[in-house]
Ligand binder design. Structure first.
Ligand code: HEM
Length: 183
C-alpha cells in the first residue's frame, strides 16, 4: 500500500500513544527499527501487524483503531491530493466523485497504489450510497475516511451499514447521511 498510509499511521500512533507507544507497537509487530516514507510503498501486512499491535496496547478493538485512524488521515490525504479535489465540492460531492476522480487518478498516476474500487450513488443532496469491495476488507478504515471528510467540510456523517463483507456479503454498502455539525 501507498506509504502515505504507513507514514500517517505512525503520526497517528505518536499523537495518541506517544513516541514510546510507537516504539512498543513496532516491537510488538516484529518491525523494530522500521521507518516509513510517504514516497514509497510498503506491504499491507506491515500496516495490519501495526494496527493489531496498537489495538493490543491501547485495548481498543481493531475496527475502532482503523476507524479512528481513517478520520485522522484525512487532512494529510486532502493536502497530498488537493489537485484532485474540486474546490467547489462539498462533502457529498467528494464522496460521489471519489472513485471516478480521486481513486482512479491515483491508480493511473502511481502503478504501485491500488486504492479500492468504490461505486457511489447520490441518493439525495445529503445522502450517498457507497459500495466498497477490496480483498483488504478495510471498511472500518473507509468509514473513518467518510467521518473525517464530513468533518473537514463542517458536517457530521451517520453511516448505515446496509451490508458488510465481514458478515458474508459480497460488498460493504455504506449509506452515508450528512448533517450539519452540531458543535
Ligand atoms: C479525497 C478523498 C480520498 C483520497 C485522497 C483517498 C486516497 C486513498 C489512497 C492514496 C489510498 C491508498 C491506496 C494504496 O496505496 O493502495 C486509499 C485507500 C483506501 N481508500 Fe481512499 N481516498 C479518499 C476517499 C475515500 C473514501 C470516501 C473511502 C470510503 C469508503 C475510501 C476508502 C479507502 C479504503 C478502504 C482504502 C484502503 C485500501 C483498500 O481497502 O483496498 N477512500 N485511498
Amino acid at each position: 500500500m501507498h506509504g502515505i498510509v504507513h507514514a500517517e499511521f505512525r503520526e497517528y500512533v505518536v499523537q495518541t500513544l506517544g513516541s514510546e507507544g510507537w516504539a512498543r507497537s513496532v516491537d510488538r509487530a516484529g518491525l523494530a527499527g522500521r521507518t516509513y516514507s510517504p514516497n514509497a510503498s510498503y506491504p499491507d501486512e506491515e500496516l495490519l501487524a501495526l494496527v493489531l499491535a496498537v489495538s493490543h496496547i491501547s485495548g481498543e478493538p481493531l475496527d475502532a483503531v482503523l476507524t479512528s485512524f481513517g478520520r485522522a488521515i484525512v487532512p494529510a490525504l486532502l493536502t497530498t491530493y488537493a489537485a484532485f479535489v474540486d474546490q467547489r465540492w462539498d462533502a457529498a460531492d467528494v464522496l460521489e466523485h471519489v472513485e471516478r476522480v480521486v481513486h482512479r487518478t491515483i491508480r493511473l498516476q502511481d502503478p504501485e497504489a491500488t486504492p479500492p474500487y468504490l461505486t457511489a450513488e447520490r441518493r439525495a443532496a445529503d445522502e450517498v450510497l457507497i459500495r466498497y469491495t477490496s480483498p483488504r476488507r478495510l471498511c472500518a478504515f473507509g468509514k473513518g475516511l467518510v467521518h473525517g471528510l464530513a468533518s473537514h467540510y463542517g458536517r457530521s456523517a451517520t453511516i448505515h451499514d446496509e451490508a458488510c463483507m465481514h458478515r458474508g456479503d459480497d460488498a460493504c454498502l455504506l449509506r452515508v447521511v450528512l448533517e450539519p455539525r452540531v458543535n
